[in-house]
Ligand binder design. Structure first.
Ligand code: COI
Length: 355
């Protein structure tokens, strides 16, 4: 049985806020956390004791299964403040559905919808002063679930902790993003956990991404694990390619994360009558388009990354530079998305959610 949130959330407020100590103009992504966090434990087959409490360390056994078998999933969302001080979320239902999809893949229990939304809204409301106004400022929201049962037997945990943290954020990438197209390492494989936002999917990318960084590139665009012929996604974002005026992106599969920003870009493009092809995209066709000059743009799409134009890509030691497109698709979609997220425009799709 999954306990539902007719259980009231217990709220323990901080005695004094740390907000005065934060330099909101110079934030490093994900390094500062707001005054409060949400915590809820799964035990005896039920989610129990939903609590908002002061942000702080946890006491967990070193034998907790998360440390040994990596049973952990997470989400990334953002809260935005408009010019009138109202706070908005963007398509939170999508994150709710996806964290449960990720949990199911990792043999973890689903989290109840009513506690998810109640906790999210109450927590963001409580720390709403941490959402700074102004385009580019946001409060990054990190829901996550981890296995807390004590024991190193290799079987699914019977106990879990669901938490939500809030972290004031600005841009994820400062400056240009340059990417390497993978031709050796892989992020995911058929039947694997690529479509889940499983913690280990990200940890496993650090080593090959470090190799790319040593060569001056920030991200890897992953390719299919079998032959490295098809482009899939980058470590922190889905990827779009503009060839002439057609937008190409890999289709969702069990290897690719069903990104909320990705699906929003596709909807915006279709609304604007831009041809979008969600289909397997060959590395060779993008290299050829770059050589012919028909590759106009590559950009990443993700909650943290928003829309991040790629200024160069490297494949098998050859680097291709892309011309900056001031009025390209990336800047157009970024503006349209931000205008919706910050309540600066109509919301034709009903994506905004008032806190
Ligand atoms: C997000 O965009 O929320 C992500 O999950 C990327 C994160 C790993 C920084």
């Amino acid at each position: 049985m999954n306990t539902s949130a007719t259980q009231k959330i217990n709220v323990q407020k901080v005695e004094s806020s740390r907000i005065g100590q934060v330099d909101f103009d110079n934030l490093t992504f994900g390094s500062i956390f707001s005054d409060h966090m949400f915590e809820c434990d799964y035990k005896d087959g039920a989610w129990q004791n939903p609590t908002i409490k002061p942000y702080g360390p946890l006491t967990i056994s070193p034998a907790a299964k998360v440390f040994h078998y990596g049973q952990a999933v997470f989400e990334g969302m953002k809260a935005y403040k408009d010019e009138n001080g109202k706070v908005w979320l963007f398509r939170p239902e999508q994150n709710f559905l996806r964290i449960n999809k990720s949990s199911v893949r990792m043999a973890m229990p689903e989290f109840p919808r009513d506690i998810f939304f109640e906790a999210l809204i109450e927590l963001v409301k409580l720390d709403k002063d941490w959402v700074k106004p102004g385009l580019g400022n946001s409060l990054y929201i990190r829901p996550f679930v981890m296995a807390t049962q004590v024991g190193v037997g290799a079987s699914p945990s019977t106990e879990y902790k669901f938490m939500i943290l809030l972290s004031p954020a600005q841009a994820y990438y400062l400056g240009d993003v340059k990417v390497v197209i993978a031709d050796h390492y892989s992020r995911s494989a058929n039947g694997g956990v690529g479509a889940a936002k499983a913690a280990g999917n990200y940890g496993a990318q650090f080593f090959p991404t470090n190799l790319a960084r040593e060569k001056g590139f920030q991200q890897v665009i992953w390719t299919d694990a079998s032959k490295h012929e098809y482009l899939e996604e980058a470590g922190t974002m889905n990827v779009f390619f503009r060839v002439n005026d057609t937008l190409l992106t890999a289709p969702i599969s069990d290897r690719i994360l069903d990104g909320v920003t990705r699906k929003s870009v596709i909807a915006l493009a279709k609304k604007d009558n831009i041809t979008v092809e969600e289909r397997p995209v060959l590395v060779s066709e993008i290299v050829e388009a770059a050589e012919k000059g028909s590759l106009k743009e590559i950009f990443g799409a993700g909650t943290a990354a928003v829309i991040s134009p790629v200024s160069a890509f490297s494949y098998k030691e050859k680097t291709f530079e892309l011309d900056k497109q001031e009025d390209g698709f990336a800047s157009r979609f970024k503006k349209e998305l931000l205008d919706i997220q910050y309540n600066r425009s109509e919301d034709p799709f009903g994506w905004r959610y008032e806190v």
